[in-house]
Structure formats: structure tokens, C-alpha cells
Design a protein around this ligand. Structure first.
Ligand SMILES: NC(=O)c1ccc[n+]([C@@H]2O[C@H](COP(=O)([O-])OP(=O)(O)OC[C@H]3O[C@@H](n4cnc5c(N)ncnc54)[C@H](O)[C@@H]3O)[C@@H](O)[C@H]2O)c1
Length: 351
């Protein structure tokens, strides 16, 4: 049995979901989290964080926290979750995202270097945001093309799609990253920084590029993330869900328990360093998601409003074949099962 696991950002949505699985596997699990007020309204230890986990309230960007944490020995495995995660927000708060996601990572690495401690493995939760619009295929010639970022002008003219092109699933071994948000760019840099350091000191890094995660425990007060929770809240209040663009934006919505299982597996296995895509492999349009949630709550039909967000991509679905093989893992929840679980949790939280 492995010994010590550190989880930066371990009190967040995903951190809480993996806490019991990690505590079953490791002698000691330490969550390092600053209880960011945008996520933790009361700034208290979350009830969903397994009691066996030690929570250290600290900011990963502060150099002084690390020597103290390393005083009693370092971790065997680090699950690096701490991040600023607002895709839209990152375009107006670029430095905030860069400092936490990039400098927060380098501070940790500097501390390991100066303590001469090399964790055996890092598991980094990266994001499908690193791909941006990803790769598309010409319907006429079959050629694979990268259409790049949709321009402000294109979106203002409601030209949502790339005519003549069909989207391809995102695959770490094939799709070249082209982030369209500061968030995506900082997550790609975070991957590169961590992999470069880890490889040079003989540690392994498993980068998990997560698609859109949803489920019980996702912040209901953070308006910058969690579209499924947001839609469910609106429908529960009897409101019509607003749907952006023409409703045909597609996402790969993956349930939190499936994500937790994949991350815990990555900490347990002796995998070679590689990036893996974690999703369901199935795309759902935002309109279909909104209709399913509205139906579930008996809310009015969703309203397609033609609004858009700069930096949003049109289509994101993972190819999970390599991940399934590497982790011996498969997603268990489809969107209907996941929404039912989420809504029961929201009923409990909001009454
Ligand atoms: N939820 C998703 O859909 C999704 C998708 C792709 C990738 N990810 C990645 O997964 C990771 C975790 O995401 P989440 O959904 O649990 O987000 P979350 O916001 O719920 O959790 C992040 C945690 O990090 C903490 N944190 C933020 N800044 C910190 C700092 N400076 N020092 C210490 N702790 C800090 C927060 O307090 C929070 O508890 C992130 O790295 C994110 O980029 C999430």
C-alpha cells in the first residue's frame, strides 16, 4: 500500500469526490486548499471531504506554505487539482488564472526541488479546454483541419459553425492543443511545466484531460462553472433555461463518480507518463441537455437566445478508447442517470 498522497485543491468538487477512494488506498491523505470564497461560500471544511483526510488551509501560490508541509516528509503521489477554473472569467482575469494555475504549480515544484523530494507520481487534472476547437474533418475531401478560434466578428454575425467541416473527437495522441481561453492556455502550460519537471527528475505524470464534469457537490453558488447545476437550479425554480448560440453547442458531460473513479485509478496504477482524455465519449447538445432538465422538473421549454460567450468552443467530445484501456475504466452514468442523481442532491441542498 502506498503511503502519503497530497491533493492540492482537495476541498473542491472533485477533491471531495475522490477523498474516500484515496483514503482507502493511502495511509495518509493531505488536502491543501485555500477554501477559495468563490467556491466555498462559508469557508468551512466541506462535509463531503472524507474525515480521514487532513485539510491544510493554504494557498498554493504562497512559497512559505511548502517547507512547513514538507517538514514531516513529502508525498509519494500528488493529485494536483488546485486551479482557477472559470473559462469565461479567465478572459477578464487573466493574471489571476495564470498565477494560480502556473505559478501555483511552479511554487510546489520549487519546494520539492529545494527539499530534494521527488514524488513518485503526479496526477494532474487538466482540461479539454487545452484543445480549443480541436480538429475537424473536411466533408468534401476528408482532410483533417484546425479551424482555429471563432472570431468576435464571426460570433457577432451568428455564424456559429464551420461550414463544410465535421468535428472530430478529442484525443490526446492525435489532437493538437489550440486553447481559445486563458484558462485553457494556463492548463496547457501547467501540463507542460509539470511534465518537464517530473520527467527530468524521474517522476511520472499522468495528465487527465477532463471533459465537462457535473454532479452532486458542484458549487451551486459559483456562477462561472457548472452549466448542468445552473440549468437544474433554473428549472427547479420553474424558469425557462436560456440556451446560447443556436443550441447546437455540443459537450461531453461526464458524471462526477466516473471522474472520481478514473482519478483514483490513476493514483493506484503504475502507468507510464501520458495524457489521457476522460469523458463519456458521447456528445450532448446544450439544447438537448436543457430540454432533458426542463422535462425532469416540469419547467417551461428552454429558450434559444442567440447569445454567446467569447472563448467558448463549438464542439467538445472525447475519444476515450485509450483511457479505457490504460485505466481499466469505463464511465457508468449516462446523462439521464446523472441528472437524476444531481437533482436529488440539489433538492437536499436547496429544499
Ligand atoms: N469540473 C470540471 O468540469 C473540470 C473540467 C476539466 C478540468 N477540471 C480541473 O479539475 C480541477 C478541480 O476542479 P473542480 O471542478 O474540483 O474545481 P473546484 O473549484 O470545485 O475546486 C478547486 C479547489 O481548488 C481550491 N483552490 C483554488 N485556488 C487555490 C489556491 N490558490 N490555493 C489552494 N487551493 C486553491 C479551491 O478552494 C477549490 O476547493 C481543476 O484543476 C480544474 O481545472 C475540472
Amino acid at each position: 500500500m502506498a503511503k502519503v498522497c497530497w491533493v492540492t485543491g482537495g476541498a473542491g468538487f472533485i477533491g471531495c469526490a475522490i477523498s474516500a477512494g484515496l483514503a482507502d488506498h493511502f495511509h495518509r491523505v493531505v488536502a491543501i486548499d485555500n477554501l477559495h470564497p468563490q467556491i466555498h461560500a462559508g469557508r468551512r471544511r466541506p462535509g463531503a471531504l472524507d474525515q480521514r483526510v487532513d485539510l491544510v488551509v493554504a494557498d498554493v501560490t504562497e512559497p512559505d506554505i511548502w517547507p512547513e508541509l514538507l517538514r514531516n516528509g513529502g508525498p509519494d503521489v500528488v493529485v494536483h487539482l488546485a486551479a482557477e477554473t472559470g473559462t469565461g472569467q479567465s478572459l477578464t482575469e487573466a493574471s489571476r488564472h495564470a498565477i494560480v494555475n502556473v505559478v501555483g504549480t511552479t511554487r510546489m515544484l520549487d519546494a520539492f526541488a529545494s527539499a530534494q523530494h521527488v514524488p513518485r507520481r503526479f496526477v494532474l487534472t487538466s482540461s479539454r479546454a487545452v484543445y480549443g476547437e480541436g480538429a475537424w474533418k473536411s466533408e468534401a475531401t476528408g482532410e483533417v483541419v484546425y479551424p482555429g478560434q471563432r472570431s468576435k466578428e464571426q460570433l457577432a454575425q451568428a455564424r456559429w459553425d464551420f461550414p463544410g467541416l465535421a468535428p472530430l473527437p478529442m484525443h490526446a495522441a492525435a489532437t493538437i492543443p489550440h486553447p481559445t481561453s486563458i484558462y485553457g492556455a494556463t492548463k496547457l502550460t501547467q501540463e507542460q511545466v509539470l511534465c518537464a519537471w517530473a520527467l527530468s527528475v524521474g517522476s511520472a505524470t499522468n495528465v487527465l484531460r477532463l471533459q465537462n464534469v457535473y454532479g452532486p457537490g458542484q458549487s451551486l453558488t459559483n456562477s462561472y462553472t457548472g452549466i448542468v447545476s445552473l440549468f437544474a437550479r433554473l428549472a427547479k425554480e420553474g424558469k425557462s433555461i436560456p440556451v446560447y448560440e443556436d443550441g447546437d453547442i455540443a459537450r461531453d458531460f461526464v458524471f462526477i463518480d466516473d471522474i472520481a473513479a478514473a482519478i483514483v485509478r490513476a493514483t493506484e496504477l503504475d502507468l507510464p507518463s501520458a495524457a489521457l482524455d476522460v469523458g463519456t465519449g458521447q456528445g450532448t447538445t446544450i439544447h438537448d441537455l436543457a430540454k432533458a432538465i426542463a422535462k425532469f422538473y416540469g419547467a417551461p421549454d428552454p429558450e434559444i437566445n442567440g447569445f454567446y460567450r467569447n472563448g467558448d468552443v463549438r464542439h467538445a467530445v472525447a475519444d476515450i478508447s485509450r483511457t479505457q484501456q490504460a485505466l481499466g475504466w469505463s464511465p457508468q452514468y449516462d446523462i439521464a442517470q446523472g441528472v437524476a442523481r444531481l437533482s436529488r442532491w440539489i433538492d437536499g441542498e436547496l429544499g
